[in-house]
Ligand binder design. Structure first.
Ligand code: PEP
Ligand code: MN
Length: 263
């Protein structure tokens, strides 16, 4: 169902007033985790001013350690709705279990399935049965085939509003948090009709190469970019080392617009 053979034209996902996968690119930005209304509103207002249309922020957080901040849960998705309504942006939040679908659905526009849940088949079936756009992240060490089959699950169960996002894979390389597999972009564009995005933050884990990687993603045919932005990254409750602050985001964004690759 996801293959080009079954449908040759590109899938375009329409949410509120935006299109993902059409002729223009999309920037998804926001903090790793929603920490408070003030935190999210500060970054959302700055992103909105810059012309960004999609706001991200995690409420149900998949954390490696049980001692780490686990997200605000339902309170977090409620904050997301208030803020997204206030600034008029489209919102994306991760869900980790089927039961979080009904908790989150009234408050957000797009579900994210994180890398750690790419093969959570019950979750894939459950989002397949709901009428919400889904951003599916590539698993930490998923092959292209596994990634494409994970998307296939969602379409098979009835939901064709699916977009894919490359977020880096595990390799032996230590100088980046993960290895950005840029070849995934043209492969996924050729093999499937779904929109393809690149998460430059989680794939690299370092702020100094984000612009180069975002340019590479767009040059390779990506439909959009995801980047983490926090008003005060050092104080962030998750991913403190890799999030851009607002001036850093503005520099990154200007560089991307200036490159002529983002339109
Ligand atoms: C995230 O986007 O917040 C996240 C946890 O990313 P990933 O699932 O790619 O690690
Ligand atoms: Mn993060």
């Amino acid at each position: 169902l996801v293959s080009r053979q079954s449908k040759s034209e590109d899938t375009i996902i329409r949410v509120k007033n935006i299109e993902i996968g059409g002729s223009s690119h999309i920037m998804v930005a926001g903090p790793c985790s929603i920490e408070s209304k003030n935190q999210l509103l500060t970054v959302a207002a700055a992103l909105k001013d810059a012309g960004v249309t999609v706001l991200r922020g995690g409420a149900f957080k998949p954390r490696t350690s049980p001692y780490d901040f686990q997200g605000l849960g339902e309170e977090g998705v409620k904050i997301m709705k208030e803020v997204a309504d206030e600034v008029d942006m489209v919102s994306i939040c991760e869900i980790m279990t089927p039961s979080q679908i009904e908790k989150a659905a009234p408050y957000i526009d797009i579900f994210q399935i994180g890398a750690r849940n790419m093969q959570n088949f019950d979750l894939l079936k459950a989002v397949g049965q709901c009428n919400m756009p889904v951003l599916l992240k590539r698993g930490l060490s998923a092959t292209m085939e596994e990634f494409i089959y994970a998307a296939e699950y969602i379409l098979y169960h009835g939901n064709d509003q699916v977009m894919l996002i490359e977020r880096g894979i595990r390799t032996y390389e230590k100088w980046t948090r993960n290895t950005l597999d840029i070849s995934a972009v043209p492969i996924l564009k050729q093999e499937t009709h779904l929109p393809v995005l690149v998460d430059v933050t989680h794939s690299t884990g370092r702020k100094d190469i984000l612009l180069a990687c975002a340019k590479a993603a767009l040059a390779a045919g990506a439909d959009g970019i995801m980047v983490e932005v926090h008003p005060d990254p050092q104080a962030a409750l998750s991913d403190a080392n890799q999030q851009l602050n607002i001036p850093e985001f503005n520099t990154f964004w200007k560089g991307l617009l200036h490159s002529g690759l983002y339109h």
